[in-house]
Design a protein around this ligand. Structure first.
Ligand code: 1CP
Length: 346
């Protein structure tokens, strides 16, 4: 049976008349209606764990821009939170966790209350499944184990993930234990999202690019491969998009080894190279620089056209190369959406 959702058709490598689009972090602080809701909800985590608010915030960008996909409003760090790690989001500081950097701290993490803790997220997925327009696809997501581990071990975001890379060298077996726990937790978490109606899964590996070769294979490729195997044992046909940000020339190996359905490419990837070396392997999603979406104007429009011309023969989904940033003018998002919608395939 043909799926009537454009986004899913492209993930099945089918020809489409129009290029589907959505934006990573399409819900969030650049939207005044989000800030309004966030104030009422209290903290960011309250927003994530309140199905009423989370559903509303997920739908806000769709009301404005009619993307082809909605992404569940949550965060990659609800997984460590549900495993028992302390987590808060401080104003202007981002996430703060109590570091899990020794074996005894890893041993204290547990799956016992995991699904009970995440029940509101499952509820949000289930409601979204019922409420989104019938031509819009619903994306569920999680962080890939490596990226989630960088926050768990370091206790916060960092530009070089040094604490975690060091742990992977100095206490490899202990670190492997943490990654194994994340493989189990993430697989179960995503399977539940699919049960509740997520039609596509995206795995965010924001910090994969900082890993040297052998480490990239060990911590970015293998864990994702195992998660995909676990999911596909239950849901053989579910499309899974990988985002190994910064993988560079390792994208093709990542695709072949992990078994992802499609990849999200970051801003650094040369379009000609992507067309010649990645699109023959799988559908591609990307890769406008989020800062061009801030600056707008002719430069932004020219780049959008260039991306569409070079990758638009497909299979292709228009997106950014990383998430929307808070200072983005909403009218620039409207303009890019309009250009993509008007773009006619040759
Ligand atoms: O309101 C606020 O102040 C919170 C800002 C915010 C938002 C809106 C955070 C904190 N997370 C989110 C939502 C979010 N995070 C989504 C929702 C769906 C959507 O796309 O609309 C998704 C998919 C994420 C994923 C996420 N969280 C990633 C992976 C993708 C990426 O952007 O690299 C990462 C690394 C995080 C961690 C995180 N959460 C929030 C912040 C500020 C950060 C980054 C911290 C850092 O820079 O290290």
């Amino acid at each position: 049976m043909t799926n009537n959702k454009l986004f899913i058709q492209v993930l099945q490598s089918k020809q489409t008349d129009r290029i589907p689009f959505w934006y990573m972090r399409q819900a969030g602080r650049y939207l005044p209606e989000y800030m309004e809701r966030r104030k009422v909800a209290g903290s960011f985590l309250d927003l994530c764990y309140s199905p009423d608010f989370a559903v509303e915030v997920t739908l806000q960008p769709l009301t404005r821009y009619h993307m082809d996909a909605a992404i569940l409003f949550s965060d990659i760090l609800v997984v460590p939170h549900a495993l028992g790690q302390h987590l808060e989001f401080r104003q202007g500081e981002g996430p703060v966790l109590t570091p899990v950097d020794e074996e005894k701290k890893i041993d204290r993490l547990s799956m016992d209350k995991f699904h009970a803790h995440l029940a509101p997220v499952y509820e949000t997925v289930s409601r979204l499944h019922r409420e989104i327009p019938n031509t819009t696809a619903l994306i569920g997501f999680a962080g890939a184990p490596w990226t989630v581990a960088t926050y768990m071990v370091g206790g916060h975001g960092s530009p070089d993930q040094a604490a975690t890379r060091l742990m992977a060298f100095q206490q490899e077996e202990v670190f492997q234990k943490l990654i194994d726990l994340l493989i189990t937790a993430t697989s179960e978490y995503l399977i539940r999202q699919i049960e509740q109606g997520a039609e596509v899964i995206q795995l965010f590996d924001t910090w994969a690019g900082n890993l040297p070769d052998d480490q990239f294979y060990k911590w970015a490729v293998l864990p994702v491969k195992k998660i995909i195997r676990n999911i596909r044992a239950k849901y053989a046909d579910i499309p899974i998009i990988g985002f190994p940000r910064g993988a560079g020339c390792r994208y093709p190996d990542y695709i072949r080894e992990t078994g992802v359905t499609a990849v999200s490419i970051d801003t650094t990837m040369p379009l000609d190279w992507v067309r010649d070396h990645i699109q023959p392997l799988c559908p591609v999603q990307g890769n406008l620089d989020p800062l061009l979406l801030v600056s707008g104007g002719e430069k932004m429009e020219m780049r959008v056209h260039e991306i569409l011309t070079k990758l638009g023969d497909g299979p292709f989904i228009f997106n950014l190369g990383h998430g929307i940033v808070p200072q983005t003018p909403p009218e620039n998002v409207a303009r890019v959406s309009e250009i993509i919608r008007d773009y006619q395939k040759k």
